[in-house]
Design a protein around this ligand. Structure first.
Ligand code: NAD
Length: 243
């Protein structure tokens, strides 16, 4: 039987994209919920809930999921680190996929970056470059932050190693620093490049997003995957079998 979905944040950009992608993939949108709608009734009608709404809504979504023992896919971002810790403890009580980026390509980029950072030693200078549209309010992007985290983990470095842009007489680059550069302009949906540069060669891993449909399709893949999983918090690396 086709999976029945609840889409929370259904009137938003992602909500609308999820609804049209779900139809394309033969999934049933059993409930489309936005501000003021009945979340409990929406959960009751669905097998899996997919939330791309507001960080203010996540607690209520997880509480309903727990009350009705339903799996959830959380796509909403913007939680403070402390709030996210509390919410993850709730999320662990049901089957939950939680990812800051549902693009299959970006999640493969994470895995490739981890592999490259472990094979290439510190003689390969690591830098991350990201570009987003002119309206983006934060920098670096969450995806760039995750790429940096992966490089730091593999190289056993702390956040002190990060160099946010460079200016003036910076001195020669040290082997333990990791550069991050945020470009802003136009309508760029999201470009990320991880660069490893040594004396004599350079490896560049680049992902370019041009349509938010990639996030919707990834989230719907996660919804199908999580439908029969035991309680616990998973990410897209689990969904894609990249761990
Ligand atoms: P948007 O502003 O276009 O839409 C958000 C929708 O949620 C609106 O219709 C709004 O009315 C609704 N909403 C707000 N509070 C709600 C509540 N309490 N209950 C139900 N609905 C509520 O935003 P968007 O571009 O669609 O993004 C939505 C969220 O998804 C953001 O947090 C964004 O950062 C995140 N996002 C994540 C990914 C990913 O891959 N993880 C990708 C894109 C966007």
């Amino acid at each position: 039987m086709a999976l029945r979905l609840l889409i929370n944040g259904s009137k938003g950009r992602m909500g609308q994209t999820l609804i049209s992608s779900a139809k394309d993939l033969g999934l049933i949108v059993a409930a489309a919920v936005d501000v003021g709608d009945d979340l409990a009734a929406g959960f009751n009608a669905a097998d899996v809930a997919v939330d791309f709404s507001s960080h203010h809504a996540t607690r209520a979504v997880l509480e309903q999921a727990i009350a009705q023992k339903k799996p959830v896919v959380i796509g909403t971002t913007g939680h403070s680190a402390e709030t996210k810790r509390e919410l993850l403890a709730l999320a662990a009580k049901v089957p939950c996929v939680w990812a800051g980026n549902y693009s299959v390509g970006v999640n493969l980029l994470y895995a490739l970056t981890r592999r490259a950072a472990s094979v290439l030693d510190a003689s390969y200078d690591a830098e991350v470059i990201e570009m987003h549209h002119r309206f983006k309010k934060d920098a670096p992007s969450g995806t760039a932050a995750r790429l940096l985290e992966i490089i730091l983990e593999e190289r056993k470095l702390t956040a002190d190693a990060l160099r946010h842009g460079r200016e003036g007489i910076t001195g020669e680059r040290t082997p333990t620093e990791v550069g991050i550069h945020s470009l802003r302009g136009g309508d760029v949906v999201g470009d990320h490049t991880v660069l490893f540069a040594a004396l004599g060669e350079r490896l560049e891993l680049t992902h370019k997003a041009s349509d938010r449909g990639i996030f919707a399709r990834g989230a719907l893949r996660a919804a199908r995957w999580v439908a029969d999983k035991p309680a616990g918090v998973y990410d897209m690396q689990d969904v894609l079998g990249l761990k």
